[in-house]
Structure formats: C-alpha cells, structure tokens
Design a protein around this ligand. Structure first.
Ligand code: GDP
Length: 203
C-alpha cells in the first residue's frame, strides 16, 4: 500500500466521541516503550505523526489518524510495566475495553511485542481478553534490528510456541518489524490493504 496521506484527526477518551465515518479501523496497542509511536511513524512514513498526539496530556487517549482518506489508524495508550496480578486486572482502563467492545468500525487490533522479551503476563492477559471477546488481533513484533536474524527467528518461534502451549489452538497472525530499518512495513500495510479491498468487494 502506498501512503498518500496520513493526518491526525482527534484524541478523546470515549468511544462515543470517536469519528463516525464508516471507515475500516485498525488499532495499535502495547506496553509503554514497545516502539508503538516509532512503528506508526514508520508505517506512515511520517517522522512524528504519532508524536502529534503524544504531546503532554494526550498520551492517555484514543488517537485517531486517517490514512489515504480511506482507513483509520488508532493509537491507543501504552499500558504500564506493572505486573498484573489476578486481583488487579484494572490495568486496561475502562475506556480502552469499552473502545474494543463497542467500536463498530474496528477491523483488527495490532498488539505490539518487543521481540527481545519473554511473554509477559500483561500481554498474555490482554490477548486472552481479546480472544474471549471475539476481537480479532495480530501480533507485531518490534525492534527486530536489536537482535541477530537467528535470534529473531528463535524468539518468534518460542513466543508463538508459548501461546500454543497456553490457551491458543492456532497461532495468531504475526509480523516481525523494525522501525529503524522499515523491515516488515510492506507486510503490515499489505495485510491492511488486503482486508480493506475485501471489505469493498463484499459490500
Ligand atoms: P512507545 O512508547 O511504544 O510509543 O515507544 P517509542 O516508539 O517511543 O520507542 C521507545 C524506544 O524504543 C525509543 O527509544 C525508540 O527509539 C526505540 N525504538 C522503537 N522502535 C525501534 C526499532 O525498531 N529499533 C530500535 N533499535 N529501536 C526502536
């Protein structure tokens, strides 16, 4: 997919106030520092698009961007480093869970995972929650340039195996990316484009 335009639309904290046009929407979420802003800038080939909404006071919000005047890209707040215990499942603030449960335009979420890290409880719990609620998601492994290719492959395989050893019967769709080298850019954009095209055909 060629990115012809990428514009910041709005930030808000309520799903009811999100833009109403019926464009297909893709949401990006992950732990703080996972590389989400960098990835959004890399995908859109804009140096500081994600920062636009990341200015102070705007980080804890649902940020909408419109891409090619055809689809919405949504930057959701990064969730914290705090380990989630069974008692404190409140890590995902209500407006975020509301967003996923109510946003009709949402086609899929991209859950970002730092390729260097072992599976983290907070990410696994979030995936489980997505699964329970029937919200389609794909994994985007970030920062692939930080490891040698063999280690990238090894980490991806062991991450996916951990999911299969857990609650997942099938491996989710996943992408390996680097915002420094733009590795994986075409794969992610083509995935979105293919879905968008099939939505138009099936209308
Ligand atoms: P966010 O908090 O998830 O939005 O993360 P940022 O995009 O701000 O990235 C967090 C840190 O990781 C920054 O220092 C980035 O420069 C770095 N980073 C992000 N993506 C990559 C990547 O693909 N490769 C490398 N080497 N560093 C990255």
């Amino acid at each position: 997919m060629k990115i012809k335009s990428a514009d910041f639309l709005m930030s808000n904290s309520s799903v009811d106030k999100c833009p109403s046009a019926p464009f297909p929407e893709y949401a990006f979420i992950g732990r703080s520092n996972v590389g989400k802003s960098s990835l959004i800038n890399m995908l859109t080939s804009r140096k500081s698009l994600a920062k636009t909404s990341g200015r102070p006071g705007k980080t804890q919000l649902i940020n909408h961007f419109i891409i090619n005047k055809q689809w919405y890209l949504v930057d959701l707040p990064g969730y914290g480093y705090a380990r989630v215990s069974k008692k404190s499942k409140k890590t995902f603030q209500k407006y975020i869970t509301d967003y996923f449960l109510k946003r009709e335009q949402l086609i899929a979420a991209f859950l970002l995972i730092d390729i260097r890290h072992e599976p983290q409880p907070v990410d696994l719990e979030f995936m489980e929650w997505m699964g329970e609620n029937g919200i389609p998601f794909a994994i985007i492994f970030t920062k692939a340039d930080k490891l040698k290719p063999m280690a990238v492959q090894r980490n991806v395989e062991s991450y996916i195996q951990a999911l299969l050893d857990g609650i997942w019967e099938e491996a989710p769709t996943y992408f390996v990316t680097s915002s420094s080298s733009s590795y994986g850019r075409e794969e992610v954009l083509n995935y979105i484009e293919n879905i968008n095209t099939s939505l138009i055909k099936n209308k």
